[in-house]
Each structure stands twice: as C-alpha cells, then as structure tokens.
Write a protein that binds this ligand. Structure first.
Ligand SMILES: NC(=O)c1ccc[n+]([C@@H]2O[C@H](COP(=O)([O-])OP(=O)(O)OC[C@H]3O[C@@H](n4cnc5c(N)ncnc54)[C@H](O)[C@@H]3O)[C@@H](O)[C@H]2O)c1
Length: 315
C-alpha cells in the first residue's frame, strides 16, 4: 500500500514508518518539523528513515490545504499522527492547538473525502476520558467532560470523523493511545525528563506528589495496533490502545533508577492543570477485533529507553 503518514518525524510516526517500510509498504511522510521540541531529534529520526526503500518525505504543514492535497495523491490509506501532542503547552498556546489539531485535522479528513481515499486512521488519546472516575476506561464510556484543551481537540476529531462517516461514508478509525514510551521518545514526557535529570544528577520534578497511575504503553505495541488498523480498515471505529495494565508512577521511577543504576533526588509538586490522576485502558475491543496483544511491560520497556538514551546522547 501507499500510505500518507502525517507526523512521520515524530516519535510514534517514526516507529510506524519503520514498521510499514519493513513489510514493503510505500510511505509518504509529511511533517513540518515543529519546534515544539528539539527538531534535531526529528531530523535524526528522518535521516534513519530516508535511507529506507519506499520512503519519501515532504516537509510541510497540515494547516496548508494545498500541501495536504499534494501529499495525499494516489494513497491507499492516510495515517494521521501529526499534532501538538502535549497537554501542558496548550494552556498558554490555545490558538496553535485549534489551528493544528482541529483545522489541520479537518484539512486531512476533508481531503480524504475529496480524494476518495479508502481509509483514514488517526491518533486520538486517552485524554478524551477527561474527568471520568470509573476505570478501566471503555470505548463506550462518556467522553463529554474534557479537562484539557488537548483532550477536547481529540474528542472534537472523533466527532468530526463520525460526522464524515455518516454524511459521506468515509472510513475512519480513531486510536486512543495511552501514555506511549520507548526509544526515540518525546523530550516533554516523563520518562525522557526523569532519565535526563537522573543522568545529569539533577532532582526529578514529580507532579501529583507521585500519586498518579498510568497505563504505560510500549511503542512497539502501539505500532502493532496501528498497523492492524491500517490493514483492517474499519468503516467507523474507535479503539483504546494501551498496555491494559496500570502502574504506579513511583514504580515507573524505580524502574528508571534501576536502569540508570542510581537513586534520584526527588521534588514532589501538586498536580498540573489538565493532568488526570489515573489512566487505565480496557483493551478488550482491540483484542477481539484487531488481535491486539501488547507484549512489553515497563520492566522490559524502560531499560530499552534508557539504553537508547545513553547511546543517543553518549552518556
Ligand atoms: N505519545 C503519547 O503518549 C501519545 C498519547 C496519546 C495520543 N498521542 C497522539 O499520537 C500522535 C503522535 O504523537 P507523538 O507522541 O509521536 O508526538 P510527536 O510530537 O513526537 O509527533 C507529532 C509530529 O507532528 C508534527 N507536526 C506538528 N504540527 C504539525 C503541522 N502543523 N503540520 C505537520 N506536522 C506537524 C511534529 O513536528 C511531530 O513530528 C499525536 O496525534 C498525539 O496527539 C500520543
């Protein structure tokens, strides 16, 4: 298949591209190399992909309709991962979130309709579960109580996709990812920040007084779910993609300490606006319909990240 992958220079996009190319798909990567975090990491991911057969790259912005149109021509699927992905940055930059995560999403979806692309697979998030207090979260749970602008954006994407399916029959699958981690991970996420602080002998800043719980999902497991969804091309679905196992944040910290071979100094701070105390995925639907079967626990996954980090930054 020829697949347009938006956000190809991003963390999950890079791993998705690698898996699709390895099985012989053609990947058109589109990314604007956003400076939200160090673009050098994005350039290095791209450099790795550019050596692979079947990969072409367009530097461009999903806010620009002509760019989206051109990138999509002749594709069998669109896998839309480009977004501003941080919950906290949205607090002071709401305009950018609306322009990229909503108008940008609309550009992709509407172009899928006009070009009659057989299927759109797009990244949603566990953030759509917002202020819910019952766990684990199921796809049928309420998602009308966002506690962050980012969560609102993702819910908005799901509603728009649903409406397009109703009106135009567009095939749309939304994937609610739960805290994804692994090698080449994002510098704004806890695993990266904690590892960086620990290896530079700086104290770890731990929000929520360390009482948070998360369903941490290893990136290879997420990619297997994305690839299965691309192949299945459902008419209209939303799936939780998580590990299906909820961990205490402090256990995650202990894994990082073990992998780094050091104990961290820790500063405990209150919850940040937009953060949830807990995430937990019910993955029964993805297991049943996609054969989704996550393999990696934090015990195996965290050391793989630390090993990558040490190699990449030569520490
Ligand atoms: N990583 C997670 O834990 C997680 C959890 C839930 C959902 N998601 C979603 O998964 C997707 C991928 O996330 P990620 O962790 O790989 O993030 P990422 O920031 O590493 O990747 C996103 C990519 O999109 C690109 N991008 C941003 N704005 C763009 C624009 N206007 N035009 C073109 N490209 C643009 C960025 O340059 C970046 O390379 C996002 O939609 C995110 O919201 C991620």
């Amino acid at each position: 298949m020829r697949i347009l992958l938006t956000g190809a220079a991003g963390f999950i996009g890079f791993h998705t591209a690698t898996a699709l190319l390895a099985r012989g798909d053609e990947v058109v990567g589109l990314d604007n190399m956003s400076p939200y975090y160090d673009p050098k990491l994005k350039k290095d991911r791209l450099q790795y992909l550019q050596g692979k057969k079947g990969f072409t790259f367009m530097e461009g912005d999903i806010r620009d309709r002509a760019t989206v149109k051109k990138a999509m021509e002749g594709c069998d699927r669109v896998c839309h991962l480009a977004a501003l992905a941080g919950v906290r940055y949205a607090f002071d930059h709401p305009d950018e979130y609306i322009a990229i995560n909503i108008t940008g999403f609309f550009n992709v979806l509407d172009e899928v309709r006009l070009q009659k692309i057989p299927g759109l697979i797009y990244a949603s998030s566990s953030s759509v579960y917002g202020g819910n207090t019952t766990f684990p979260s199921k796809e049928t749970d309420r998602t009308d109580d966002p506690i962050s602008l980012y969560g609102q954006n993702k819910k908005d994407n799901e509603l728009l996709a649903h409406t397009y399916h109703r009106l135009y029959g567009t095939h749309v699958t939304g994937l609610r990812f739960f805290t994804v981690y692994g090698p080449w991970g994002r510098p704004d996420m806890a695993l990266f920040l904690f590892t960086e602080s620990l290896l530079h002998d700086r104290p770890l800043t731990i929000f929520g007084h360390g009482k948070m719980q998360r369903d941490f999902t290893y990136v290879d497991d997420i990619v297997s779910g994305i690839v299965a969804t691309i192949d299945k091309n459902c008419e209209e679905e939303v799936f939780n993609l998580g590990c299906g196992k909820t961990e205490e944040l402090m256990d995650y910290v202990r894994m990082i300490e073990a992998a780094c071979g050091k104990e961290a100094k820790k500063e405990f701070l209150p919850m940040q606006p937009g953060d949830t105390t807990k995430s937990a995925a019910d993955i029964t639907k993805a297991r049943t319909m996609l054969g989704f079967d996550p393999q990696t626990t934090i015990k195996d996954g965290v050391p793989k990240f630390v090993e990558w980090y040490r190699g990449y930054y030569k520490i």
